[in-house]
Design a protein around this ligand. Sequence first.
Ligand code: PLP
Length: 394
Amino acid sequence: MNKWGFMEKALEDLKKSSLYRTVIPLEGPQSAYVTYEGRKLLMLASNAYLDLCDDPRIKEYTIEVIKRYGTGSGGSRLTTGTTELHVRLEKALARFKGREAALVFNTGFAANTGILPAVCQEGGVIFSDEMNHASIIDGCHLAKAKTVVYRHNDMADLERKTLREWRESGRKGEDFFGLVVSDGVFSMDGDIVNLPELIRVTEKYGLLSMIDEAHSVGVLGKHGRGVEEHFHMEGSVDILMGTLSKAFGSEGGYVCGSDTLISYLRNKARSFIFSTSLSPATIAAALRAVELLEAEPQRTARLQENVRWFCQCLKEQGMDVWSETAVIPIRIGDEGKAAQVSRRLLEQGYYISAIRYPTVKKGQAILRAALMSAHTKEDLRRAAKAIAEAVRME
Ligand SMILES: *Cc1c(COP(=O)(O)O)cnc(C)c1O
C-alpha cells in the first residue's frame, strides 16, 4: 500500500502535459531588472506595475515604522491587531477611491473569499464572469448563494441570466437578491470590464455590483484610480475591491464602499475576523505607496505610454498583439511550446511567464507580458524583438 500514490501520479501527469510548476528564486528587489542565478534579467512578468517595491522613500518610511512598531501585529484586527497605521491606510484608500470607508484584508485572495460569502446569502445569486480570478471563484464556492457564470464580458448574456433568475427568485423586500462580480482588468488577457453596461444591468435589476481592481488601480485612468476613472463613472460601483500587492508594491487586500458596507464586512467577513492582521511594516509600505500615487500620477501615465509603445514594437515584429492595460497577452496555444519559449527567453535574459491551464483554458497557453512604469523604450524594443524571434524558433 502506498498512501502517497495519488500525489505521485498527479505530479507525473502534470509533468507529462507540461503543466508542472516550479519557482524561480530571485536575488534582490522586484524592479525593471531582477537578478536570478547571478544574472540580470529584464523583468516582464511582475505585477509591480509602478515600480514601488524598491522605492527609496517607501523603504525608508517602512524601516522607521519597524523601529517604532516592531514586526508582528500580535492579533486579529478586532482584537489587538489594529494599529493607527491600519486606520490611516483605510482612510487613505477611501479618499483615493472616493468612498466613505475602506477595510484592509490580509491579501486580495482573503478579501474576495471574505466579501462574497459575507454578502451573498442563501436564496440569492452571484453572477460571475467566466474569466474571473481564482479568488473570486473560491469566494463563490464559499458563499451560500447560488453562482451563475456568464460569458466573458458579455453583458447581454448577463442580462439574460439575470432576467431568468429574477423571474425565479421569490425575493421579498429587503432580502439579498444578487450581486454581479467581475475583474476590472482581467488578469490574464488584460482586457477591461464593460463597466457602463454592467452598471446598467445592476441598476435595472437592483443587483449589487462588485469590481476587483487588482490590475486596474495604478494602471487605468488619468490618476491611476482604476476602472471608474477610465470610464468617467466615479461612484458607480457598490463594492470596489483591490489588492495592495500589485501596483502598490506591498501586500494586502482592500475593499472600498459605503459606511454600511464596511461596517457590515468588519462584523461579518470571516477572513477579516479570524486571521492575524498584517504587520505594521507591510501596512506602512502600502500607506506610503498610496500617498505616492496620489502625488505622482505621472507614474501611471508613463506606464500607459509604455503599453502603447510595446504593442507597437510587437506589431512591427509581425505579432498580432493589443492591450490597453499593463497585461499584454501573446497567444501561443500549445502548453509545451509556451513553456519552451519562456525558457528560451529566460536564457537570453528576459523574464516572461508562460501561462497555462488551469489559469487559462487547455490549448490556449499564452505568454503574459506585464509592463512597469520603470521600463525604458529601449528595454521594450529589445524585448519585443527577442520575443518575436523566440516564438518563430519554436
Ligand atoms: C492577484 C489577484 C488577486 C489576489 O490578490 P493578492 O493580494 O495577490 O492575494 C485577486 N484578484 C485578482 C484579479 C488578482 O489578479
